[in-house]
Design a protein around this ligand. Structure first.
Ligand code: ADP
Length: 212
């Protein structure tokens, strides 16, 4: 079924009930300077479509169902900071072997690499580590800075960024995670992490209140 497009008056009714519900049809009509009978079809549509509930002798109240616009609005309002995970960082001189252990122990798919000032210098993915491990027995002798993807090629975001923008970066760059950074005069401090899992969680939260 295609989503229901509400007309202007129906949106107005929805707004009134959201603010003032429970409210009788008579009171809604008064606020809109219309008669009760003029409103009847709109109220019927809103009730049948599940936007409003009606109780005898109580009136109409908002059922919590979102319009297409409201869903889009809530998506645009989702911020990186509300869905982030803790970043797992390693230093540039850590050996590949230890980075692999770290990735398993911390149960993450991406490690971020920092220099001695704790500023972001690189990223290490599962495949970066796997690739190096293939046919290479000296994993204890290769520091991660040799194999990492390095600045300025790291894609990052800020905590106030919208989650949609972070999602777009993940898709455009075909990567699994972004560091959330804080800018300092001489580098970027890593303060969080956004992954495809976080985005999936946010997607799911749009359907909260529904039995899945
Ligand atoms: P995997 O390689 O395990 O599938 P990704 O798709 O995240 O994981 O990584 C692909 C490549 O992109 C890797 O070489 C990795 O170093 C690099 N990479 C990972 N995260 C970032 C990032 N935020 N910015 C730039 N490059 C990244």
């Amino acid at each position: 079924m295609s989503p229901i497009e509400l007309n202007k008056r129906q949106e107005e009714i929805l707004g009134i009930v959201k603010e003032n519900g429970p409210i009788t049809g008579e009171q809604i009509a008064e606020r809109l300077h219309l008669t009760r009978s003029t409103l009847r079809p709109d109220l019927a549509i809103l009730t049948m479509a599940g936007f409003l509930d009606a109780r005898p002798r109580v009136g109409y109240f908002y059922s919590g169902k979102k319009t297409g616009q409201a869903v889009t609005d809530s998506m645009m309002n989702m911020k990186v900071r509300d869905f982030q995970s803790i970043p797992i960082v390693v230093t540039e001189n850590m050996m590949v072997y230890d980075a692999i252990c770290h990735m398993f122990l911390e149960d993450v798919g991406t490690l971020f690499v920092v220099d001695k000032n704790a500023y972001l210098t690189g990223a290490l993915s599962r495949k970066d580590l796997l690739r190096t491990s293939l046919g290479n027995k000296e994993l204890n002798k290769i520091p991660v800075h040799i194999i990492m993807t390095r600045m300025p090629n790291i894609t990052y975001c800020f905590k106030h960024d919208s989650l949609i923008h972070a999602a777009k970066k993940l898709i455009d760059k075909q990567i699994d995670a972004l560091p959330i950074v804080k800018e300092h005069p001489d580098g970027y401090e890593v303060i969080g992490r956004i992954t495809k899992t976080n985005i999936t969680g946010a997607f799911l939260s749009l359907a909260e209140n529904h039995d899945l």
